[in-house]
Design a protein around this ligand. Structure first.
Ligand code: SAH
Length: 218
């Protein structure tokens, strides 16, 4: 069961969480404000009611996880979003990251390869108000050629390599934030597609994500 009530206690826990991620180095006030307002416990089973505001990843079924709040904030900050941009997310999972993006004022296209997780979001009442999030069931390695090009691409699973299809679907001047690496840890990278088509690569901290897998899971 999903919880649907947001109490003062949840709000107090969120304030503490936001202070924590701020102390870890997140400086973008807009992101902090969005995370302060957004009930993360809605995205988890009610069994996590007490723990939902710990800065940790938690299971969401199908062997997948909701990303750690710090990681969500970190990736969002690297995206340097501007209102109305088109953003492609690979790995919808709980949809928490997708909602953070939507609250930043961008149009979100998000893909999930696990049918059950995709279906669960269809019946998640809280998501109904987010008209600027479009949900897709499919293989993120293919991207969404019909909706391309995108201003930003965010990958929320560990990518063993930079997916060329997704680079192709970036606008000139666009950016991709991707945790890169096949082992236990991945290095966060930001890839900017320059106007002349060449790529600028920047490297950041190490994180641990569930793997980005090929194909769809029914
Ligand atoms: N952004 C999510 C994080 C979920 S974990 C959140 O906020 O909760 C990563 C998700 O990526 C998992 O749900 C996994 O099933 C999905 N995934 C892995 N490889 C994928 C692929 N090739 N295409 C689409 N989704 C993928």
């Amino acid at each position: 069961m999903r919880p649907t009530d947001d109490t003062y206690r949840h709000e107090a826990l969120r304030r503490k969480l936001v202070k924590e991620i701020q102390s870890k180095g997140i400086t973008d006030e807009r992101i902090l404000a969005v995370m302060l307002d957004l009930p993360r416990h809605y995205f988890l089973d009610s069994a996590f009611d007490e723990t939902a505001y710990e800065d940790k990843a938690f299971p969401i079924g199908e062997g997948q996880t909701i990303s750690q709040p710090y990681t969500v904030a970190y990736q969002t900050q690297l995206l340097e979003l501007k209102p109305y941009q088109k953003v492609l997310e690979i790995g919808t999972g709980s949809a928490y990251q997708a909602v953070v993006l939507a609250e930043m004022g961008v149009q979100v296209y998000t893909i999930e390869r696990q049918k059950k997780l995709f279906e669960a979001n269809k019946t998640f009442e809280f998501l109904k108000k987010y008209k600027f999030i479009k949900f897709f069931y499919g293989d993120g390695y293919r991207g969404l050629p019909t909706y391309a090009p995108f201003d930003r691409v965010i990958i929320t699973a560990a990518a063993p390599e930079i997916p060329q299809n997704l680079i192709d679907q970036l606008k000139p001047g666009g950016m991709m934030v991707i945790p890169l690496g096949a082992g236990d840890m991945q290095q966060m990278m930001r890839i900017t597609k320059l106007e002349n088509g060449s790529l600028k690569e920047e490297v950041f901290d190490y994180f641990s994500f569930v793997p980005m897998l090929g194909g769809k899971e029914s």
